[in-house]
Design a binder for this molecule. Sequence first.
Ligand code: COA
Length: 175
Amino acid sequence: MKDVQFPQGYQLERLSKNHHRSAFQSGQSMVDDWLHAKALQHQTKQLSVTKVLISEAGAVAGYYSLATGQVDFQDLPSEISKSLPRRLLPVAVLAWFGIDHRYQRKGLGQKLLAQALRDCYEAGRTFAFIAVILDCIDEAAKNFYLRYDFRELPGHPFKLYLSSRQLDQMMNPVK
Ligand SMILES: CC(C)(COP(=O)(O)OP(=O)(O)OC[C@H]1O[C@@H](n2cnc3c(N)ncnc32)[C@H](O)[C@@H]1OP(=O)(O)O)[C@@H](O)C(=O)NCCC(=O)NCCS
């Protein structure tokens, strides 16, 4: 599994109160408000972990928040559910994700998503889950995730999943 390479001078860091959160603007107010007001609180309460990509200039160029969750067996497509018990099942959740508008369309979203999935993969070697799931904020975000093997959960057009098997293949392409 290769390290994700960010542009020179960029650093990935766990969110702390020293980061300039309030200047972050992705163009989606809910994504911005979460970073401005909630991400650190939730991290302190051990509900989610947020990582920020810091640009050369010290700005928050992007961020993601990861959490754990559960999905109902019945919500899963048969390709995943066929071999699983009929109950709530553990998932990793890509809860929030965004790139500041000044840094969009430069390839950072793709790299940061790869890093978020890598974190999920590494966590999954210790705490098992059956898929990574996320809620898309709009059609544009959905189109972005669909480029990276995410698929719709049946009956939930804005909820996407990537199975742990796909994640494993993604992280170990020669297997
Ligand atoms: C969606 C978002 C994360 C994309 O980040 P980005 O840094 O602009 O994306 P990248 O530059 O890495 O683009 C990677 C690829 O996805 C494509 N892409 C980017 N945004 C896209 C979109 N909205 N729809 C379809 N494709 C998109 C790019 O063209 C690029 O393709 P290419 O490799 O063939 O050139 C960013 O636009 C964003 O933060 N939006 C607002 C917040 C948001 O919607 N967050 C998701 C919450 S669910």
